[in-house]
Every structure is written in C-alpha cells, then in structure tokens.
Design a protein around this ligand. Structure first.
Ligand code: F6R
Length: 613
C-alpha cells in the first residue's frame, strides 16, 4: 500500500519527487525515501518519523547534491519490517549503485534471502523488498542491461509488486514493473514519470498510461517502451484522466469511504499473501509464542472495540469450530475493569485497525499483567498494540482514511480465520486436507467480494426505495449475527439513523414490541443451516408491518416469499460469509448517507482513532 514515484529528465528531479511524495502520503507514511542517480553515483536519503516522514525527508534532502536527472521516491506503509529508517525504501544492492522501490509483498522473500546470503550478499534491512536489489545486482553482473536484469529477476519472484529501479551505471533510465499493485506512467516533453497513483504526477504529465500485470517498462527522458515477462513488446493503454487533485487522491472516487469499500478485494489479497511456509504450516508476521504453547492453549479471549469487536465475534465461531478451543469475546473497555480471570493457557487476542485504541491496549496490558500471552491483530505496523504483544498478525488492508471502518473488517476476519486454521493445524482438530480446502476457500473470498461490489446499483435502488425510513433492525444468526451488528453500526455512523443489530432469535424476547409499519428489518439470510429459522423470524416481522430486506445467496429461491427486497450475494462457506455479506450492508449505509447529504468520511462526533477512555 506504499506510494511510488519516479522521474527521468526533469529539470528539478528532487523537487518533483518530494512534491509527489507529499501527495502520496495518504497511501502510507511510516517512512519515506528518495534515490537519485547520475554520473556513476547513486545518492539516497531516508527518514522515518511517522506522519511527519515526508517532512523529515525534505529536511534530510537539504544537503542533496545537484544535477541528477533520474530519481525514485517512496512513502511506506510497512508490511515486513518495522517502520524504521533502515527499512525505508529505496533499498540498495551491495555495490550501492542500484536502488529499488517496491510496493506489495514478495511471498518467497525468505527463501530468496537465504540463497542470496549464501552467495555472499549483505542485507541492510529486514524487508522483503531488498531481495530484489540483490537479484538485479547479480543479473547486472552477468552482463544483462537494466531492463533485462529486472525482467529475469522478476521471473523468480512470487507475490505482488509495483517496483521501480535505477542504476547509476546505466543513468537516465528507470525500469519499472507491476503485478497486482498499481503503476502508471506519465509523459511530458523530455520528461517521463511513473507513480503508484495519478495524484503524484497529475499536474506534471500530459499523458498517462496504465502498466498491466507482468509488464516491464523502460523509462528514459525521450519516453518509454514496455515488454512482457517473456520479453515481447507490449503497448500500454492510455488513460483518460479528467480528475482534479482531490478526486485523484481518492482514486477517482467521490470520497475515501467509496475508495476503501472498493479496495476490499485487494485488502483481502494482501492480508492472505505469504502466509504458508514450504512445509504447509500457516505462518504470521511476528510469532514469539512457540508452537507448543499455542497447541496447549486452553482458552482464548478476544478483546476489541467497534468494528474490530464485530470481526472478533466472527472469529469466535471459526476458532471454536476449527480449533475446538473455548473462546470468548469481550468489549475491550469492559474486560479491563471486570477483574478478568487469566489462567495458565489463556491466550488474549487484541484486535484493532489502528493498534492505538486505548481501550484495547489497556485490556491487553491488563491481560499481560495477569500472565496471559497476547496476540495482536493490527493494521498499523509497529502500532502500540503490535509492539507490546507477544505475537502479531498484520491485516495489511492499507491506510484507512475514512473514519468508519470497512476494509479493515474484512481483513481482520480473514486474518483471524487464518489464525484459527493455524491453531487447528497445531492441535490436529482438522485434517490437513480440510485446512488446505479452507485456506483455498479464504483466497477465493476476494472474488466473491468483488462480485458483491459489482451489484452496487441493486443496493442503491433498495436504499432509494427505503428513503425516509428512520428505524432499522439488523438481524442474523450464527456469524450472520456479528455481520448484522456491523451492518447496523455502519448505518448508524454514516447516516445518524437509529439502527440496532440483534441475534434473530432474540427478537421475540423484547424487540418485537418495536416492530410496526415504517420500521425496516434487514436480515442476513445466507447460512443454509439457519435459513428456515431466519425465514420464520422474517415472517414474524412482516406480519407486523415491517419492510423486510434480506441479504440472500444467488440460489435462494424462497426468500422472496418473506422479503420485500432481496440483496443477492454469491454463496460461500458460512464462516467466510461475513466478508461477503457485509458488502451490501456497507453499500446500503453509504448510499443512504449520501442521499441524506452526510459527510461519509467524517461522521459527526467520531474520531478515527480513539485514544481516550
Ligand atoms: C467503526 C469504527 C470504530 C472502530 C473502533 C476500533 O466503523 O471505525 O468502531 O472500529 O473505534 O478502532 P480500532 O480498530 O482502530 O481499534
């Protein structure tokens, strides 16, 4: 989720890079760096100062030599390695001439690093990206020009990447390539640019071109040429860009919320990348808890707030089903003050997008004080929660700007379900072939999410039909219950309308008294084993005059008998369904909020990171 910029032929190379990096800070800001090449030398500066990284880099660059016409810049959202200057990009090869910047995750970096170390390379960071610098160095030593060296190096890489490379011994050239992570090329007379996102070069280039997966582009001042990974020439598609800067930062979307909703397939893919060792074991970012300790866990307590709490509730079902460990979920602000019981074998999992929510941090601290081992599931690398935990699973959803959480939720569910599968592997509670099937199933969820996103128009039509409704009840059973809680939270936050999530079975124990004409009941009805029960709950509310919206699978032919509106989603394994079923609910809240004229990125009274109790 990092930001990338490169330029060849500009009169003010460094100024262009720094300006571009300022515009890319919304992609990440753990650290930032630039490399300039020319006259046989490569000059590099890097800084890691949290949200002030680009500003700190600008200061570092005050002493930069003049006269370089080729340069790369990078602003980082850490995935492998702490957000420290040593892990900031650009990374150099052993000679110091080759500099690379990378956005994405190199899945086989550990094996490649071992091989490169055995061949005498010296690594100066713990990032996955640095292996590329050394692979390209070897190919250059074998006599390949920079384009060929990048192409052949990429043949051994698996994972996702947008990279850009320069080499002082082949000046006035940048070679870039992509797989999955975005990359665009821009041209102006005598100058060629590249960037992960258009805003970085929007006012500089006059024409923009999209680099496709597995294409390598050689940029010089005179323009660019592209080849595929076999070396055959390819043409880049020209893009029509009529955005202003603000729209461009939002990737062409009206707001960050729409952008982040759309980014969910990518968030899932990134979260699931590089999670299996060669021996088949599921693995995580930092695991200072031994396999033996994990195997012997007696009880798991998940603590979290808001959306993260809902993801934790989903995880309880997966952990208990697959790993057969007793599991409870607590609101973080409640856990801390209720004199919690921590016994030998209690594992506490803190779940937080920001990793800075004070309630969650205080809850995990309390658990640690009482002797529990703590796992953090966090989106922000090196956040307080992650630093203090005994083990960390990063969600890699990328920077979430919009106050209401969307992509973090699906990434948290995926990460926690991976953890449940790891526990099942260690405890032998699932056959390896079932672990494999679930692991593959998790990887397929991104495509199902994409399909659900493609049905936005259907959701907008339902939102328009229900305009004017003021009371909403969201119902679900099993994992449909936390999904309903999350759907209701999205509607509350974004629209300021009254919405409540309930386990559908609880309806008759009180809330049914509130059902009357004008009330909307939205039900998650995708789980085949719960289907008959949900249908009878819906019949109960319909009989009392409620308008019924059902989230139902494509093959559900009976739902229309009880629902006034049906929002269709592709069927998936029930434990994966929250990641898919939440999509129409996010889109519904978004469409309703927009119709009401709400500021969807900044709902009133709310803050993105809650650092007060
Ligand atoms: C809901 C939302 C909040 C957060 C909660 C926890 O859309 O954004 O409810 O989920 O404040 O935040 P993190 O996950 O950063 O601990």
């Amino acid at each position: 989720m990092c930001g990338i910029i490169g330029v060849v032929g500009a009169p003010d190379t460094l100024g262009t890079l720094l300006e571009g990096l300022e515009r890319l800070e919304y992609r990440g800001y753990d650290s930032a760096g630039v490399a300039l090449a020319g006259a046989g030398t490569t000059w590099r500066a890097r800084a890691a100062a949290g949200t002030e990284s680009v500003a700190a880099l600008v200061k570092e660059c005050e002493s930069a030599p003049m006269g370089f016409s080729t340069g790369l810049g990078h602003t980082r959202w850490a995935t492998h390695g702490a957000p420290e200057a040593v892990n900031a990009h650009p990374h150099l090869d052993c000679s110091g001439h080759i500099a690379i910047i990378h956005n994405g995750i190199i899945e086989n970096h550990s094996e490649l690093r071992e091989e490169l170390l055995a061949r005498g390379h010296v690594f100066t960071s713990v990032t996955d990206s640095e292996v590329l610098a050394h692979l390209i160095e070897e190919a250059r030593r074998d006599g390949q020009d920079l384009t060929e060296a990048v192409r052949t190096s990429l043949l051994v890489i698996s994972g996702a990447f947008a990279i850009a490379v320069l080499d002082a011994t082949e000046p006035d050239v940048i070679v870039a390539a992509r797989r999955i992570s975005p990359l665009v090329v821009g041209t102006a007379p005598g100058i060629t640019y590249l960037a992960s996102d258009v805003p970085a070069i929007l006012d500089k280039a006059s024409a923009f071109y999209a680099v496709n997966d597995d294409e390598v582009v050689r940029l010089g001042p005179e323009g660019f040429r592209a080849i595929d990974l076999e070396g055959a020439p390819v043409r880049l598609r020209q893009l029509t860009i009529d955005w202003d800067l603000e729209t461009a930062e939002k990737g062409g979307f009206d707001d960050f919320m729409a952008k982040e909703i759309a980014e969910q397939p990518e968030a899932l893919r990134a979260t699931l990348l590089d999670r299996r060792r060669r021996d088949g074991a599921i693995c995580f970012d930092e695991m200072k808890i031994s396999d033996d300790e994990l195997r012997d866990v007696k009880r798991i307590v998940l603590v979290a707030a808001g959306t993260s709490y809902h993801a934790a509730l989903v995880a309880k079902y997966a952990i208990e089903r697959w790993a057969r460990v007793s599991c409870e979920v607590d609101i973080a602000s409640e856990y801390r003050y209720r004199d919690p019981i921590v016994e030998i074998g209690t594992l506490v999992i803190g779940v937080s997008q920001s990793g800075e929510t004070i309630d969650t941090i205080q809850a995990t601290r309390e658990a640690q004080r009482r002797g529990a081992r703590v796992v953090a599931v966090a989106n922000v690398v090196d956040s307080s929660l992650a630093r203090e935990a005994d083990a960390v699973i990063y969600t890699r959803a990328g920077l979430e700007v919009s106050v209401a959480s969307t992509k973090a939720f699906v990434a948290q569910v995926a990460a926690l379900e991976l953890f449940a599968l790891r526990l099942a592997q260690l405890r032998g509670t699932l056959l390896e072939r079932d672990v494999e099937a679930h692991y593959r199933g998790l990887h397929a969820v991104g495509a199902q999410v994409q399909l659900a996103l493609s049905r936005r128009a259907d959701v907008e039509a339902v939102a328009a039909a229900l305009a004017g409704a003021r009371d909403f009840f969201y119902l679900g059973r099993h994992v449909g219950y936390p999904t309903a809680l999350e759907g209701a939270l999205k509607l509350k936050e974004l629209t300021y309308l009254h919405a409540e999530g309930y386990p559908a079975g609880e309806l008759k124990h009180g809330p049914l008294a509130l059902i009357e004409p004008g009330v909307v009941v939205l039900a998650v009805a995708t789980d085949p084993s719960m289907h008959a029960k949900i249908l009878s709950n819906l019949a109960e509310v319909k009989a009392r005059g409620a308008s019924v919206v059902a989230i139902a699978t494509d093959d559900d032919e009976v739902i229309s008998a009880v629902a006034d509106f049906v929002l269709r989603v592709p069927a998936t394994e029930p434990l994966f369904a929250p990641m898919v079923d939440i999509i129409p609910q996010q889109l519904f809240a978004y469409a309703t909020a927009r119709a009401l004229g709400r500021n969807v990125d900044r709902p009133r009274n709310l803050a993105k990171t809650v650092t007060v109790e």
